[in-house]
Design a protein around this ligand. Structure first.
Ligand SMILES: Cc1cc2nc3c(=O)[nH]c(=O)nc-3n(C[C@H](O)[C@H](O)[C@H](O)COP(=O)(O)OP(=O)(O)OC[C@H]3O[C@@H](n4cnc5c(N)ncnc54)[C@H](O)[C@@H]3O)c2cc1C
Ligand code: FES
Ligand code: FES
Length: 501
């Protein structure tokens, strides 16, 4: 049974297959065809919807999500909003009205998704300003990019869409927002159903604790585990595989912890990247900046760090950072828990050390001690919403002018995320000199034999990785000469991009 609200109204659906997406539910079962299918892989944003969840203060907080790769069963206890639900009678929502007035729609196919991303941006602003949107300053370029980076428009161009984003704040909210936006009863009902234990759907299981998870796995050995579904669901939509039985990890209390300990940060495997962003901003700013280039807002609100690790893609962005930080992973099975260094988890292409009964429970990041630095640089063809061709995550410290405890981790250079051991040895104990880095670049050539694929040729990857080491040298030399050798230097460091401003 899925109890949820849809555009302000309660819905209760039973007997749905485990692997039906929100997009299929909308278009094929609810007859709501305003939400479009473009790519069916989370890339284009045409299917963007808004999901409202209790904000912990009696209201609802909305985020955007890709309906094409969102399991419909994850709607339980949430408010699903689509483009059909925004207008108040004939009065369009400010996001819609501004799109019309700024001539920001041409083909119209991508428009519902863009409107929904603007809707979540507007509602977030309204939430922040206590409903006084007209008094807000215009959005920064960074905020607009974060909000719209997951929506492609192939014809109109982005300027009128950005104009609409800025203009929508000026529309009088009380006449333009749907009546349900300030309906306390709706918020209370969503919160109540969010708390409720779901009735078992037969093939879609939602355990609350690890003990329940282990019992379910024993009884349903072929069931697949799902967290944010942003990797798993592509098997459904791109490879047309069926996922007849699923166990959802998102409700597991043990996988939702986010705790600061003396030794470091403990992150439950089902914590989303969106939830991690502010925490990383404080403690691991280079990791936080990487997240600005990790997929899109739609994906970051669903994708989990645990899913990124367990998926074990050689071009996943999180794992190299974990290797550079010397993170450890807590794995758990009915037999008990074991902790292992993240670098021992990745065995071969998409092969991990996870045992058949084990689940990834926590990721543990040691704090950056004083003087310890972290830099992360991602190279991809597109700045927004693209997977890495090569990613370098580097950590080190300088003691008396010499590099110590150097950890150089790369994605995209081997079948697994891996450290460049030879290059590390070449730098360990050396000053950050041209000669030391020349030796490290030489060693890097033996460390990796990267593949050629659509994201880059082997030669490109070798050159790019060596250039990232050169960038590291220049960064260390510049920082040292400016006396900026502190762990939290907030520079534009993760972005290898071409900002026009
Ligand atoms: C459009 C798009 C853009 C993307 N961009 C990026 C990007 O820029 N960088 C990047 O790194 N990735 C990117 N991804 C990939 C994906 O978003 C990430 O890998 C994400 O972190 C996966 O997390 P999830 O919770 O969605 O995992 P899921 O899809 O739910 O699960 C992935 C796999 O891990 C298993 N699993 C999940 N959690 C656990 C656990 N706790 N224990 C054991 N097994 C588990 C699942 O069974 C499944 O096999 C992108 C994906 C899409 C669709
Ligand atoms: S249809 Fe393209 S992101 Fe969903
Ligand atoms: S309006 Fe549809 S692609 Fe731009």
């Amino acid at each position: 049974m899925i109890d949820f609200h849809f555009n302000g109204e309660p819905h209760s659906l039973a007997g749905l297959p485990a692997d039906i997406s929100v997009l299929e539910l909308l278009r094929l079962r609810l007859g709501a065809t305003g939400t479009k299918e473009g790519c069916a892989s989370g890339d284009c944003g045409a299917c963007t919807v808004a999901i409202g969840e209790p904000d912990g203060h009696g209201g609802l907080r909305y985020h955007n999500a890709n309906a094409c790769i969102l399991p419909a069963h994850q709607l339980k206890g949430r408010h699903l909003v689509t483009v059909e639900g925004l207008a108040r009678g004939d009065a369009l929502h400010p996001a819609q009205a501004a799109m019309v007035d700024c001539h920001a729609s041409q083909c119209g196919f991508c428009t519902p998704g863009i409107v929904m991303s603007l809707f979540t941006l507007y509602e977030a602003s309204s939430h922040e300003s206590g409903g006084q949107t007209a008094t807000l300053a215009p959005y920064s370029q960074a905020r607009l990019e974060a909000a719209l980076g997951g929506n492609l428009c192939r014809c109109t161009g982005y300027r009128p869409i950005r104009d609409a984003a800025q203009a929508m704040l000026a529309y009088p909210a009380d006449q333009h927002r749907p009546t349900w936006t300030d309906n306390q009863q709706l918020s209370d009902q969503v919160a109540a159903s969010h708390q409720e234990d779901p009735a078992d759907d037969g093939h879609y299981h939602r355990p609350n604790h690890l003990a329940e998870l282990f019992a379910l796995r024993r009884d349903h050995p072929s069931a697949r585990l799902v967290a944010g579904a942003t990797d798993l669901w592509l098997e459904r939509t791109q490879q047309l595989k069926e996922l007849p039985e699923l166990i959802d990890l998102c409700n597991l209390a043990e996988l939702q912890v986010l705790e600061e300990h003396d030794q470091g940060l403990h992150i439950g495997a089902a914590v989303t990247y969106a939830r991690l962003e502010p925490v990383f901003e404080t403690h691991f700013p280079a990791f936080a900046r990487l997240l600005h280039r990790f997929a899109s807002s739609q994906i970051r609100h669903r994708a989990t760090l645990g899913g990124n690790v367990a998926n074990a893609s050689p071009i996943g962005d999180g794992p190299p950072v974990l290797l550079a930080l010397d993170a450890s992973l807590l794995l758990e099975s009915p037999e008990g828990a074991r902790e292992m260094p993240a670098q021992d988890f990745f065995l071969d292409y998409r092969q991990t050390a996870l045992g058949a009964q084990e689940v990834l429970r926590e990721i543990r990041l040691p704090w950056l001690t004083e003087g310890r630095q972290l830099k992360v640089w991602k190279l991809s063809k597109r700045r927004e919403d693209d997977i890495s061709a090569v990613l370098g995550a580097f950590s080190w410290q300088l003691e008396d002018g010499r590099l110590r405890d150097v950890r150089l981790a790369f994605g995209g250079m081997a079948a697994i995320p891996a450290r460049a051991r030879g290059a590390e040895t070449a730098l360990e104990g050396q000053p950050p000199s041209e000669a030391a880095f020349a030796a490290a670049k030489q060693a890097l050539d033996d460390d990796f034999q990267p593949l050629s694929d659509v994201r880059g040729s082997s030669a490109y990857r070798r050159l790019a990785a060596a250039n990232l080491l050169e960038r590291l040298r220049l960064k260390i030399v510049t920082d040292t000469s400016q006396g900026a050798n502190t762990p939290n230097t907030p520079a534009m460091e993760v972005m290898l991009d071409a900002y026009a401003d």
